[in-house]
Ligand binder design. Sequence first.
Ligand code: 0RA
Length: 648
Amino acid sequence: MSEENNSYSADNIQVLEGLEAVRKRPAMYIGDIGVKGLHHLVYEVVDNSIDEALAGYCNRIEVYINEDNSVTVRDNGRGIPTAMHTKEKKSALEIVMTVLHAGGKFDKDTYKVSGGLHGVGVSCVNALSIHLSAIVQRDGKMYQQEYSIGKPLYDVKIIGDSDKTGTEVTFKPDTSIFESTEYNYDTLAARMRELAYLNKGITITLTDLRTLNDLGKNPSKTFFSEGGLSEFAQYLDRNREKLINDVIYFEGEREGIPVEVALTYNTSYTENIQAYVNNINTHEGGTHLSGFRRGLTNTLKKYATESGILAKEKIEIDGDDFREGLTAVVSVKVQEPQFEGQTKTKLGNREVTAPVSQAVSEMLANYLEEHPNEAKLIVEKVILAARARHAARKAREMVQRKNVLTGSGLPGKLADCSEKDPALCEIYFVEGDSAGGTAKQGRDRHFQAIMPLRGKILNVEKAMHHKIFENEEIKNIYTALGVRIGTEEDSKALNIEKLRYHKIIIMCDADVDGSHIETLILTFFFRFMKELIENGYIYIATPPLYQVKKGTKVNYAWNEDQRDRLIDEFKGAGSESSVNVQRYKGLGEMNAEQLWETTMNPEGRTLRQVTIENAAECDQIFSMLMGDDVPPRRKFIEKNAKYANIDA
Ligand code: 0RA
């Protein structure tokens, strides 16, 4: 900090207090200080450029992960104004960068819709950065101002001439605030892809300057969508078999609210609706989603009735039946969104329901009328879904009746814990009866319950719903947890308050099969109990890969580096004898004590919490992992595999 800048006015002090508040409670402004919050910094900055693009002045956004894990976001918009703000006696650029919520306030005409997670503005990013540089090109000049933890290092200065316009922000997150400051290329790529689909016509590039790929170049991707949500729906469904070839698409304004909707049907049994408000994925739904459902159900019901197809079938159809195999994206732009719900991702504005419902009804009615063959395919699928739902209900009623008869209703294979407060209880789902037995011996029975699962559970991505309810292992999972699964509208809520454990831990072998089983279980949770993931209840245990032993000294390693360090350490520590290294492939290779010590003891274990970083991308990945198409799966596994080297 330069000394000359010390004559702070009352205004300045207020500014500093604002940014100080952000540094004191960063989670209040950016969600958290983990990996998620770290990435939100980038989204916050990119959002400003997106706003400039939505206002019609920008069509290119470049994002760079720099070598030192700082990030640069550059756009070709008008450039943040640099002129003196008469009242504040400061450059507008400085105000944008240092005053909380100063966002787009100068320009009433700027249609600020793109929200950022909390719409907190770039000043928050500045406050949480050890260094930030803003470079603006406009009015024939190039201007710059730099900051440290939000404080300007000097007044805005001219650093050259320019015949272009645009804004470039480079920031380096403060390591004293964030748990990790390493950016993940794939995480950023998924968000940039999503933004490109949600805001058609903008070219977004992402470049990773930290590494080189096989071709000796920096990994880089360009995202651009001409067709917007219509292409997004196609992307989401690219690993599924199509029921109809078209994407049904609407874009326009209804009652002053910009609405964009795309939908298509595939032959699967899962429903996949991604709903966005101001580019934010609202996975708790809300009024826009209700509007979508209403429009869909009413229009399809009307068509099915009027076309006479339904009358022949004599079957009762409800809302869920219209959504089996449906993939849809809904995006609305709302001036003053009210976000509700546990994770503040549920839209509350009532005025949004009708416009979305109208838009969906209109586009769908037109489509059905003009495409009788596709319409028939859709209605037939709906009827099939209704039949399956009736069968599933019967199957579930059977299961519930049986449980009543067996008394406690808990699965026989469950070794429960004695503690009754769910907040203190954990359940381990363990791969295989043998490891299950070891875990039962090794556990602390006071608060740890063990539920062995036999081998590979059903792939729910491909199974019909009644098969899922009837499946023995899946029944065991949900009855042990004490919650309900259901796909019917009224039972959609899990009755999560009945959940018997607040830590649900998946414990599988540290090999390829174990990973597969892990994925199958996660697929089930993702499709049928997403709330458990959203509430942070799902974890993955991490058993060690190696035991390193010398005489009576024993230690464990979770990767090769650790293993080699242990070997060196043990070798250095005295006698001649060859250090013994054991590779654990299965949980069963550990005895109860080892399993407790390395994997189950809260004192020393590592649990990986399962979170949903990007809902749309997550759906796409699950459908790909569990689908029929092999090459994309192989590619994904090769890229992400943890065990490939070790098992080879
Ligand atoms: C307010 C007014 C004007 C531009 C911007 C904001 C602006 C902000 C950002 C943030 C990142 N990139 C941006 N590009 C533009 C321009 C007002 C005018 O020129 O008349």
